[in-house]
Design a protein around this ligand. Sequence first.
Ligand SMILES: *[C@@H]1O[C@H](CO)[C@@H](O)[C@H](O)[C@H]1NC(C)=O
Ligand SMILES: *[C@@H]1O[C@H](CO)[C@@H](O)[C@H](O)[C@H]1NC(C)=O
Ligand SMILES: *[C@@H]1O[C@H](CO)[C@@H](O)[C@H](O)[C@H]1NC(C)=O
Ligand SMILES: *[C@@H]1O[C@H](CO)[C@@H](O)[C@H](O)[C@H]1NC(C)=O
Length: 283
Amino acid sequence: MGSVSVHSMIVVVFVVVVSLLLVVDDVEGVQTTLEGPFKPVTVPLDNTFRGNALDLPDTHPLVQRTVEGFQPEQISVSLSSSHDSLWISWITGEFQIGDNIKPLDPKSVGSIVEYGRPGKSMSYRSKGYSLIYSQLYPYEGLQNYTSGIIHHVRLTGLKPNTLYQYRCGDPSLSAMSEVHYFRTMPVSGPKSYPSRIAVVGDLGLTYNSTSTVDHMIRNNPDLIVLVGDACYANMYLTNNTGSNCYSCTFSNTPIRETYQPRWDYWGRYVHHLLQNISSVSRN
Ligand SMILES: *[C@@H]1O[C@H](CO)[C@@H](O)[C@H](O)[C@H]1NC(C)=O
Ligand SMILES: *[C@@H]1O[C@H](CO)[C@@H](O)[C@H](O)[C@H]1NC(C)=O
Ligand SMILES: *[C@@H]1O[C@H](CO)[C@@H](O)[C@H](O)[C@H]1NC(C)=O
Ligand SMILES: *[C@@H]1O[C@H](CO)[C@@H](O)[C@H](O)[C@H]1NC(C)=O
């Protein structure tokens, strides 16, 4: 139990299909297989990164909660089984950490996505489900965590390789998101597939994670596959004291502690950076 299982439960594989709505320049010198095939190129590690990847603190603008009440945040789009369906996920309400936390009731906020083709009304509507998760430590002095409400809605009957607009939330609470976009996958076939795929692991939530994300965005991927180890809650005590080496610094804790809000920070951070990209992801 503890950090590892919580960790793998949340993000084992995270696949983001991305079609760019931004106009961005290609990075010079970065090869893609689109014009290839090329010999694989190994780019030496920029040694300024090594050992200097400082975690973003919880005061950083990119990890702040920027919504109020039950407005959606941490919105993401996830691949489903084929091109004609996908998942939209988001969080409502604020997480709690400390003593005597009271989990939110997931049924108190609806899970609705309204969607349609750009320039037309969002006349389609799908309903999903919601849940919360908690990390409870039965040890004195450790703080418990309970998440905001996590919503998942599956859209079906989508056309392949097609741009859609959507908003998500609970219309009965006037808590709908702004309009976002995604492009569905092509029908898969020998000549029909996402041609630019970015694969990334160990992204983290550091001052240097942005350079990786910027690099991906500039290369205009159709698909981002995040192969795990998204970020690390388990380098922290529940009181938000962190260390680069947990076992060196915190040798006496009764269990490997975590600071679960790091996951919320990561969801906000990724959403900020990728918000103008339609994306499909898989947890
Ligand atoms: C956290 O939850 C556990 C399990 O319910 C409980 O034993 C413990 O006292 C709680 N800790 C705090 C600080 O509330
Ligand atoms: C990496 O992060 C450090 C701060 O930890 C910063 O000084 C440095 O400029 C960053 N490097 C790049 C290439 O982003
Ligand atoms: C967090 O807990 C550790 C270990 O008990 C303690 O050394 C540290 O001072 C605490 N930090 C804060 C901010 O309370
Ligand atoms: C995303 O696009 C909207 C609408 O074009 C724009 O107002 C907003 O500034 C953009 N956000 C980012 C982070 O690029």
